[in-house]
Write a protein that binds this ligand. Structure first.
Ligand code: GTB
Length: 223
């Protein structure tokens, strides 16, 4: 059984792990499942071969024997259901951990994505500044609520789960905005996630892939 995931040939974030393949890599590392990565160019993602794996022409995808999956949340939950380590045994605790995966993707991530759009894509618009302030406040509302719920706990449930993996991954996208640092317990929570050895391996693998891709383009040796 070989697990293969897809990732950007060269991630636009210079390999800082913000693209969603990092979430899948992290989950696989947490449960110590070996995997292979097939990189795809932006053009190839829109070609029929990749569209057969992912209807929307995106990364990441996940292949394992006869199974082809897309949607990071579904992939992470599949990995969590397959091997121990990311979901609690207790049925109620497991349901709560799954709820955090959905909360991260459906409730926390939308304003976080709006912030990226406001900071980058809409930056040149005449109304950009006004919109940015509005979106930042929407993000703050979610962070405030999450900060209150986390309190001084290490994780959102009893021990690290797939829910924390996705929540931390979503929060990581806020680092450049400085908003995360307004909530000391959330900044520490994200740092705890990043300090996990499984995250370290996932991050290093993504960075190395980008370095290799850059070296191929520039002709320079990969560091
Ligand atoms: N809902 C899907 C999922 O969760 O799997 C969303 C998948 C998705 O958005 N994939 C993005 C993609 O393939 C890559 S992760 N985009 C190409 C396209 O749609 O044509 C989003 C992403 C991209 C880049 C950065 N970055 O450079 O910082 C961060 C996140």
């Amino acid at each position: 059984m070989t697990i293969t995931i897809t990732a950007f040939e060269r991630s636009p974030d210079d390999g800082r792990g913000l693209a969603r393949d990092t979430r899948v890599r992290w989950a696989l590392e947490e449960v110590a499942l070996p995997y292979e990565v097939r990189v795809v160019s932006f053009a190839a993602m829109k070609e029929p071969v990749h569209l057969g794996l992912h209807p929307f022409g995106q990364i990441p995808t996940y292949e394992e024997d006869g199974l082809i999956l897309f949607e990071t949340g579904a992939v992470v939950l599949h990995i969590a259901g397959r091997d121990r380590g990311l979901l609690p045994e207790d049925a109620n605790a497991k349901a709560r951990a799954i709820a955090w995966v959905f909360a991260a993707l459906n409730t926390i991530e939308p304003p976080v994505l709006d912030l990226t759009t406001a900071r980058i894509i809409e930056a040149d618009s005449s109304w950009a500044e006004e919109r940015l302030l509005l979106v930042m406040d929407r993000v703050r509302v979610r962070l405030e609520q999450l900060s209150y719920r986390l309190g001084d706990a290490d994780w959102l449930g009893d021990g690290f789960t797939a829910g924390d993996l996705i929540v931390v991954s979503v929060l990581l996208r806020l680092r450049a905005s400085g908003l995360l640092d307004e909530y000391a317990n959330l900044a520490a929570y994200v740092a705890r996630g990043e300090a996990r050895s499984a995250y370290g391996r996932a991050f290093a693998a993504r960075l190395a892939k980008n370095a290799t891709a850059s070296a191929e383009v520039t002709g320079a040796p990969a560091p």
